[in-house]
Ligand binder design. Structure first.
Ligand code: IMP
Ligand code: MG
Length: 184
């Protein structure tokens, strides 16, 4: 499917590539100030965060280490059960390190609540959460987000790493998917 076809599946554009770039730059600057003089480990959550992760890492003016985790929550795509399973764990020990979880979007908060508790228990020196998008209306697990790109309404969004059925991740913008695309 080409870009033009993918864009036809969108009800509207929420954030253009330019808006995303400038917000990611601000997040990188904020992190660089907060951890000035130190090193940070960015933990990207596969796969939705990879595009954001790659751009954010290049906006941080500190030594950065990169690691990744993949998790899955049992249940259907739209309703998570709250049971989270680790599909891929970190490669390296994070004891005594400044860790920043980098995630695409916080929705119910289940995934991040699990990840945060899991990584804190491994003895990180600092544990922060950085999300590009926050959908606060759907929150079921209260979660402190330290760095947040944008707030979004309760609609299904795709692009800039985020998918519907593994599609649309490569779109350079973030848009709302037309409900008829997912059988609405
Ligand atoms: P949570 O555990 O409910 O907060 O789930 C967050 C995860 O659900 C994100 O990492 C995304 O993979 C996925 N997700 C939630 N909302 C959306 C959306 O609007 N578009 C794409 N993925 C979403
Ligand atoms: Mg995800």
């Amino acid at each position: 499917m080409d870009d033009a076809q993918m864009k036809q599946d969108l009800a509207r554009v929420l954030f253009t590539p330019e808006q995303i770039k400038s917000r990611v730059k601000e997040l990188g600057q904020q992190i660089s100030r907060d951890f000035a003089g130190e090193e940070v480990v960015l933990v990207g959550i596969l796969k939705g965060a990879v595009i954001f992760f790659a751009d954010l890492a290049r906006e941080i003016s500190l030594p950065v280490r990169m690691d990744f985790m993949a998790i899955s929550s049992y249940g259907s795509a739209t309703k998570t059960s709250g049971v989270v399973r680790i599909l891929k764990d970190l490669d390296k020990d994070i004891t005594g390190r400044n860790v920043i979880i980098v995630e695409d979007i916080v929705d119910s908060g289940m995934s991040l609540a699990f990840l945060k508790e899991n990584l804190i228990s491994r003895g990180a020196k600092a544990l922060r959460v950085c999300v590009l998008l926050d959908k606060p209306e759907r929150r079921r697990c209260p979660i402190d987000v330290d760095y947040r790109g944008f707030e979004v309404p309760d609609e299904f969004v795709v692009g800039y790493g985020m998918d519907y059925a593994e599609r649309y991740r490569e779109l350079p913008l973030i848009g709302v998917l037309k409900p008829q695309v997912y059988g609405g």
